[in-house]
Write a protein that binds this ligand. Sequence first.
Ligand SMILES: NC(=O)c1ccc[n+]([C@@H]2O[C@H](COP(=O)([O-])OP(=O)(O)OC[C@H]3O[C@@H](n4cnc5c(N)ncnc54)[C@H](OP(=O)(O)O)[C@@H]3O)[C@@H](O)[C@H]2O)c1
Length: 263
Amino acid sequence: MTSNGTSYTYLSGLFSLDGRVAVVTGGSSGIGRAIAGALARAGARVVIVARREPELKAAVDELTAEGREAAWVVGDLATRDGVRAAAEAAAAVFGEPDILVNSAGINLRPPMGELGEDVWDTTMAVNLEAPYLLGLRFGPGMAERGYGRIIHITSQQAHRAFVQSGAYGVSKGALESLARSQAEAWSPYGVTCNTLVPGFVMTPLNTRLSSDPEKVAALAARTMTGRNGLAEDFAGAAVFLASPASAYVTGHSLFVDGGFSVH
Ligand SMILES: NC(=O)c1ccc[n+]([C@@H]2O[C@H](COP(=O)([O-])OP(=O)(O)OC[C@H]3O[C@@H](n4cnc5c(N)ncnc54)[C@H](OP(=O)(O)O)[C@@H]3O)[C@@H](O)[C@H]2O)c1
């Protein structure tokens, strides 16, 4: 709380998520966890979805200990039935969501010549089909109610090849196209659809790369800010895209990458 009441009211009108319900997939780890925390601290009631219960519980406990409203749903987004079940369970907690963040993602990296159909199918299921199905489940309701925010987490690999992009890069490229299609469909009804585009972020997703100090330093040197990303770097951008402030921003890909993509 600022001592200047006027600026508090002004900022709150732009960015407050009070009264909003958010569903964040992958909200138990890395970027999704940071975003779930940011949305909850900005006032939203947040449901996070992932497979492993201890991580889900830890993320929710952290928020409820601060007095935020948060809950978790165990769900496997690698199957269509799993997505449907998770969506219903998530909506049953605080009601139909106003905000959907698709952060759950996997990055399997076999060389292209060895990339089998199983890796292809699982990658597309988690990274692309789950966001599509969740959009289908929640987007029309948001449009009917006249307010919605759909935020996908894509990757620089939607735009360029990077360390065996394989099926992963394909799924993220398609996810950016999905955001544009959803934006076209629902923006007239107050539902914006955008993507946050990370560069290299130090999270459990890339333990192999991020545990190699030379590679970490080389990647940091490719940014303009001189460091790799942290999950917390996504907090402000996510609140912006979830809030009334971004009403006129839709179909957009916002790079949160310290300038990695500009070099
Ligand atoms: N870290 C980076 O450098 C980077 C760069 C570009 C893009 N991204 C993207 O950013 C997003 C978040 O990545 P992160 O780095 O934060 O990864 P992370 O720390 O590994 O988190 C991934 C989250 O997704 C969940 N998840 C994975 N498979 C799932 C499934 N089948 N069903 C339900 N939940 C599932 C995980 O929980 P469970 O395992 O418990 O299910 C976890 O909560 C991803 O979409 C990723 O592609 C990350």
